[in-house]
Ligand binder design. Sequence first.
Ligand SMILES: [Zn+2]
Length: 144
Amino acid sequence: MASTPIFAYYSPMGGERAATTRMRESGRICCSCKVPLYSPPASSRERYCERCEPRRRVYMQFRGMPEGWHVSFLEPDLKTSLPRKFIFQDSAKVVEMAMRGGADRTSADKQAIEYAITNGRGSVWLNLTAAQYAKHRQSGLRQG
Ligand SMILES: [Zn+2]
């Protein structure tokens, strides 16, 4: 008995219909889980949905200073600083940045950040998208 047809049946590329391939290659569906992506593609490239997008772990530190809340970031080795820094007047922006940066969204973690703010300093692990990480690699102080 020939094994070739069975092999072809199980081939992952052979299992994807041509229409699906076109949708994936034009960025209209997630290239991993195939959910539709509704925002218009910036370019005709493969894209991930928010859940499948690979994330970079970054350690965010914040500290209340007389001129505002200083926010800085470290690579996972906890030694290498990322160039971008922030000074926020409002501690709510520190919480917002942590949430937008993919800090775990359990209420305990949000409470932990708010508790750290009442203590004047703290840190949280973020899970940044590739685009967010690229911005943090640009140097500069942002104030807000
Ligand atoms: Zn996906």
